[in-house]
Design a binder for this molecule. Structure first.
Ligand code: DX5
Ligand code: ZN
Length: 216
């Protein structure tokens, strides 16, 4: 599977969101990573359903929605209806995992599960054949611009190994947090095929060059 880049719009200019989203897609990004934070699951608040809905009217891009919220089962359908193409939620949330997967599936959307840096990789194995994407966090969720945690590399390799063992060749293995041209190399080598990058892409002088470096 070729490497896909999903810029996190958390690092975009929220007053010019349409323009910034178009910029990264024109620069070669494959999708848009939309970070949703509720001030409860993580100590920060970002954006919600109305923003996804508005953005959907302005963009045909694939929306990779990352829910960092305590009760994803209560809101997953609304994010699907607002225009998400893929909805990922945390295994550390309060929601029942299978129930939440089924809600997203019944909306006809792709499903992702996410684990924080301290959550053992084995937690995802129970659901790995029921989802489209596994997201390995390489920072504590909540903020952009943090330093990459190397513990993620081994976790990516384990998920990659498990997927291979089960013949899940289409599984997307995504990594999120502190990704730049250097940390991306380790993640790709370990088996990640979707790279989220916020500050590295939006902070670049040459955005197309930054996206190309991540994909290379
Ligand atoms: C962190 C978010 C990330 C973050 C990535 O909670 O899930 O998507 O915005 O930002 P960078 O690439 O700057 O670490
Ligand atoms: Zn994210």
């Amino acid at each position: 599977m070729s490497i896909k880049v999903s810029p996190s719009i958390l690092s975009a200019d929220f007053a010019n969101l349409e323009k910034d989203c178009r910029m990264v897609i024109d620069a070669g990004a494959d999708m848009l990573h939309i970070d949703v934070m509720d001030g409860h699951f993580v100590p920060n608040i970002s954006l919600g359903i109305p923003v996804v809905k508005s953005l959907r009217k302005k963009s045909d891009a694939f929306f990779d929605v990352h829910l960092m919220i305590s009760k994803p089962h209560l809101y997953a359908k609304q994010f699907c209806d607002a225009g998400a193409d893929l909805v990922s939620f945390h295994l550390e949330s309060d929601s029942d995992v299978m129930e939440t997967i089924n809600i997203i599936r019944s909306c006809g959307k792709k499903v992702g599960i996410v684990i924080k840096p301290a959550t053992p990789t084995a937690e995802v194995y129970k659901y790995i054949d029921k989802v489209d994407l596994v997201l390995i966090m390489s920072v504590e969720p909540g903020f952009g611009g943090q330093k990459f945690m190397p513990v993620a590399v081994d976790k990516i390799a384990r998920v990659h190994g498990k997927a291979k063992e089960l013949g899940l060749t289409d599984l997307m293995i995504e990594v999120d947090g502190g990704i730049n041209e250097k940390t991306a190399v380790m993640c790709k080598y370990a088996g990640a095929n979707v790279l989220v990058a916020g500050s590295y892409v939006f902070g670049a002088q040459d955005v197309a060059d930054a996206v190309a470096k991540l994909k290379a």
